[in-house]
Design a protein around this ligand. Structure first.
Ligand code: MG
Length: 264
């Protein structure tokens, strides 16, 4: 059954052009390259994901004390707790590795608008429920203002289960994936969440979750996969998307997989 899934997954064609499957998602943008100067979650890393024709680019967002949605992995930026400082204070504290100022999500959305590369928006857990709700509200507003509040242009992921439930209730048209693991696709569906995006160890323990997700109309993505053996295994399992720090390596593993399947 998994082999059938792999064949279907690897050889989906669109006219003359073979579509890259599974989808390649750059983890924190395509940052691990000379052009991005290793600056994760930078505008440059998003632009490089776009320029390399990747399916999607993931980024992490937080809410500053004055309500600005900022793009950064940790809840601390250059020693300052993001939720406790204004954007101005945060931006004055330091730069990214490539010299960029701390990106706002508004800047990210403006860059995102330029390409079909999907914005995979990770809403980071916030210190309060009020903060988490405001993070979502402001993010939705920004996507609307940029005219990319569209399920084909953006999707949501989060470790905050309550926020995933809220997205499921209010924006059911969007792909909305829980990141935390432990819950089966059926358990997620029961609480109104339409996808899962789990660490690959979860799929080692529960490889059946990919097929289970697909059988009930849900998507199954996986993070963060940088090893070619793990990539090949997950391609075979039939996941929809793989999030990686090494998108060009993943592209080559997908191509090898296609060649193998086509010549069998
Ligand atoms: Mg992330």
């Amino acid at each position: 059954m998994f082999l059938l899934g792999a064949l279907l997954c690897a050889v989906i064609s669109c006219g003359e052009k073979t579509v890259e499957k599974p989808d390649i998602c750059a983890h924190r943008g395509f940052w691990h390259c000379e052009a991005a100067q290793d600056a994760e979650n930078s505008i440059a890393s998003l632009r490089l994901a776009q320029e390399n024709g990747l399916w999607g680019s993931e980024m992490d967002i937080h809410l500053s004390a004055d309500g600005v949605v900022v793009v950064n992995h940790d809840h601390i930026f250059h020693g300052l707790v993001i939720a406790e400082h204004s954007y101005e204070e945060l931006a004055a504290a330091g730069k990214l590795k490539n010299g960029e100022s701390l990106p706002t999500f508004e800047e990210y959305a403006a860059q995102g608008k330029l390409s079909p590369c999907v914005l995979v928006v990770e809403l980071k857990p916030q210190p309060t429920r009020e903060g988490a709700d405001k993070l979502l509200d402001n993010t939705v507003r920004i996507l609307k203002e940029a005219e990319i509040f569209d399920p084909s242009r953006a999707m949501f992921i989060s470790f905050d289960l309550e926020l995933c439930k809220r997205i499921g209730a209010e924006y059911p048209q969007f792909t909305n994936q829980y990141l935390g693991g432990r819950l089966s696709p059926s358990e997620l569906k029961e609480i109104g969440i339409n996808g899962l995006d789990y660490h690959f160890s979860e799929f080692r323990a529960h490889p059946e979750w990919v097929e289970e997700a697909h059988s009930i109309g849900m998507s199954a993505n996986v993070w963060t996969v940088d090893n070619p053996e793990d990539m090949a295994w997950l391609i075979g399992l039939g996941v929809d998307s793989i999030t990686t720090n090494e998108p060009l390596l993943l592209r080559s593993v997908i191509k090898e997989n296609n060649v193998t399947k086509n010549t069998n």
